[in-house]
Design a protein around this ligand. Structure first.
Ligand code: PRT
Length: 108
């Protein structure tokens, strides 16, 4: 099983690309192009996820979702955020959802 530590390592790598020479790396080039270019990639990769899900090839789907996750990580880094912000939001929702379930059990 692959650990979620990969997200920590990848985020550190992305952060290191923010001021890197755009000719030396794909990520540095994307940062250099700016938000519009990053959003374009997120949009394209989202569409590719939809198409991969429809074609039924699970390996293809995993690959496209990896591309989408990767580009959303680039977007987060560009906006001064990281996967930790998203994980914290999911954890917060888990707490909310727990409260909702408890409330509905009490009500029911
Ligand atoms: N995980 C990834 C990763 N996933 C996808 N990609 C790149 O994302 C691009 C998008 O792919 P597309 O399918 O749209 O193909 P494309 O036509 O080549 O894309 P465009 O050049 O047209 O935008 C490809 O060039 C992929 O190589 C990635 N590039 C980098 N990483 C990670 O980011 C780290 C830093 O990357 P560099 O900054 O390039 O060293 C690497 O060590 C990897 O761990």
């Amino acid at each position: 099983m692959v650990s979620s530590e990969i997200l920590d390592r990848l985020s550190a790598t992305l952060a290191s690309r923010r001021d890197a020479d755009p000719t030396t790396s794909y990520v540095a080039k994307l940062f250099h192009k700016g938000q519009e270019a990053i959003l374009k990639k997120v949009g394209e990769e989202s569409f590719e996820v939809v198409m991969a899900a429809k074609d039924g090839d699970k390996r293809h789907l995993v690959g496209e979702i990896a591309d989408l996750w990767f580009h959303t990580l680039v977007l987060l880094a560009h906006e001064g955020l990281s996967h930790e912000d998203v994980l914290a939001e999911l954890a917060r929702r888990e707490g909310i959802s727990g409260i909702d379930e408890k409330a509905s059990r009490t009500a029911g």
